[in-house]
Structure formats: C-alpha cells, structure tokens
Design a protein around this ligand. Sequence first.
Ligand code: GDP
Length: 473
Amino acid sequence: DLAQRMNERVADVVKYMMRQGEMMRANDIIDADTAELIAEEFGHTVKRVSESDVEIGLEGDEDDPKDMKPRAPIVTVMGHVDHGKTSLLDALRSTDVVAGEAGGITQHIGAYQVQLESGDKITFLDTPGHAAFSAMRARGANVTDIVILVVAADDGVMPQTIEAIKHAKAAEVPIIVAVNKCDKPDADPDKVLTELLQHDIQVEAMGGEVQAVKVSATARTGLDELTEAISLQAELLELKANPDRPADGIVVESQLDKGRGPVATVLINRGTLQRGEIVVAGKQWGKVRALINERGQQLKDAGPAVPVEILGLDGAPEPGDMFNVVDSEARAREITDYRNRMERQKTGVASARASLESLMNSMKDDKEVSELPLVVKADVQGSVEAIKQSVEGISTDEVRANVIYGAAGGISESDILLAKSSNAPVFAFNVRANKQARELAEKEGVEIRYYSVIYNLIDDVKDTLSGMLAPEK
Ligand code: GDP
C-alpha cells in the first residue's frame, strides 16, 4: 500500500527495510512512525491525517472530565476451590431489590447487576476463578474494580487463595475479604484473618485498611454487610464513565447458540450501546440485532458497567476481546480484516523470518546459485510445512527453490503483491484466489498455479528448476 501510494516498487521498499535490519515482507503491517520514516527516506512529504488508516481512534480518545458520570463497580469473586465462590455469587443475586417488579435474575450470561436497597448498583462478573480473570488481563482487559476474596472459615488460606491475592495485587485491584462458611461449627474466622497477614493482607480488625466481612453463602448471612463494603470501596474509587458517546467495552463470555447464532456477553466500559448499532468485537463484527439482560429482557440500550448479551455478530469473539461501536459496515469489515491479517502475520512471521534469512544467507554464501522464489498458500498449516520441506529438499546445489512465504488460507491481494515484489509464482494447494487477487495477479503478471495433489506440485517445481538450468546447458 505504502509503496503504491509513493509510486515506488514494493521490492525497493522491502529492500530498504531489510537494509535497516528489518526482515519484512510486502504484506506486513507497519506502524505509522515506520511508514513516516520510509516515506521521508523515499523523498516524500508526510502529512498525518489520522494515527492509522485502520485502527482509528479505537483507543486513546480521552473523555472530558465534565462528561463523566458515576457508574457501578465491577466485582470479581476469587478464592480457593470449594470455598464458596459459586454459592456466594448465587446468594448475592438475592440482594437485588428490582427482582419483584422487573423479574429476577434468571439467566446466566457471565455477569449480572444488582440494585441494592440504598439504590446503589453492583455488577458481578459471574465467572468465578482466576482463569477468567487472568485470561482477560492477558488480553489487556482490566475489567475488575474490586476483588472479593472468598476464604472458607473452616479451611483457611489455601494455595489458590494466595494465587488470587497475587492476581489482585498485580492488577492493583483492591480486595475485600469475605470469610465464608461462618455458619459451620468448626469455623474460625479470626484464624483466617491472622493467616492473611502473612500474605500482606491487613484487615481493618488488625489495624489495616482491607475490609473483611463474615458471611455464609448458604445461610445467606452477612450479605448486606458485604454489599455495603463493596459500595464503600466503590465510593473511595470514584468510578466514573462518560455515558454519552459511542460505546466500547469488553467481551465477558461468548458462545454459538443453535437458535440465536453467535451470542456475546459484553460489559460496557463507557458510552451507551444502542440496538441497531454496528459493533466490532475482537475479530468479529455485526449489527446489534438485540440486547438482552440477565433477566431475559430486551433492552434498547445499555450504559457503562451494564452487562448485556448482544445478538447479531458474525462469529463468537473471545472473552477479554475489546468491542467498539463503529460508524459503518465498511469500517467494521476493514477493522476485522486488519485484525485477521495481523493474526496471520503473527503466526506466519517465524517461518517467514527463517526463509528470508536463508534467502539472504544463500545469496551471501554463494552468488552463483540460482534461486526460484515461491509463495505457497495451502488449506492448512500442515500442508504448508509439508510442501516447504519437500520443495526445499529437492533443490540442487546449482538451483534451489525457496519458499519466501508460506501460509494457510486463500490467496489474497497481499500475497500477489508479495509474489510480485520477489518475482515469485504463487503455488496454491487446495485453495483459491479471491476475485481481487485474481485480477491483481493478471494485472501484475503474477502466475498462480493450483494443485490438489502434492506430488504434482513438487513435480512442477522440479520441472521449473530444470527449466532454470536449461539455458545454461
Ligand atoms: P467454589 O468451588 O468456590 O465455587 O465453591 P462452591 O460454591 O461450589 O461451594 C463448595 C461447597 O461448599 C458446596 O458444597 C457448597 O454448598 C458449600 N458451601 C458454600 N458456601 C457455604 C457456606 O457458607 N456454608 C456452608 N456450610 N457450606 C457452604
């Protein structure tokens, strides 16, 4: 793209990057700074229109402090297995006062919101355990404002309790301790609090600042104290978000539902999501056909910290994926295409590096060797590897085939551009080229050969290699 816009040859741009020590292929994605450098190096004047042509302001646009409104805290329950995380999440649903009029919390959608008697609202992530928490953190999604650390009073601090503390501390999320199972005759809550001291959790009763509440999930005691503690903590955190802007947020859960298609539960970070809007969620996109809450009700819109199921996506995104409202279907396609390409690039980059390096080495070692560069596209990565190995195996000392790029998937325009830049044919195994790629190949004079039998492909490579030898004989 950059080469085309500069009216330069793709190969020259790639070569320039290689001289800078950047192993790069023609269809690699570069950041704006690099693009600017290259453009200037080629004698062009750069005017930045936006940070990137694709990833437009999806992040980084700060809200004006005056637009910020208070929002509900988002709470995750963590703790050792069998200490009562699930039971507590179940019990906390009963603290909801809206249940009567609007119908109770009937659905498991990965998160739910309760309204307390005081009017305060709390959003609970209904996916107990550290796996969900750290999976989201690994994706850069810090969804949780407060961690409830559940410790069974009859069991005390256990390995996963310690793990949970570490996770919460790493995420810099405040902890509230829920000492659970206090109904049990052998419960010893004070012992739990003492044990926690050894792990840097100093509760208020011990002169520290961490709130601790004695509860019983099954006997439903201490729940009001626990929600009060959450409200207090939330107040200290001064949680706010701008509700009057296009929504963004995080995917909490997703599934492919037989009747309803892809369903994703999202938590709105900021803004208000409206039915009918176009959203991008990770690598999926769609027009929001319905918004459904944990009570099974259809909503017209959903604001910050509200969990909702969205229907209408073209696939199931992954938990921890960001979602954003965008202004057109074209834009949504552009962003998801870009993300898919980024992913393919990530998976293909290791092998491409290696083959580029071997290409460079062979050029350095032995200037006499003729080179047949190839672009290989196949249905699965396994085929790509098999073809690469066979093809590079049949190379002779005088002529060698070199798979400069091999990847799974159909042939796209960027494959053609890459092939063009290296004067390579494209060998396709059980995949086709899309219309744009076919037209581009025609225009650029890039040969595409299709195969469904690996041996035919290898034979053709052999023939081509001997063809390269022929003139010298
Ligand atoms: P999780 O693995 O942390 O989600 O724990 P669960 O919620 O599945 O609870 C494990 C077991 O402890 C279940 O048999 C619960 O019935 C029981 N349990 C949970 N909370 C309490 C409680 O407050 N008191 C008593 N006596 N049992 C509880």
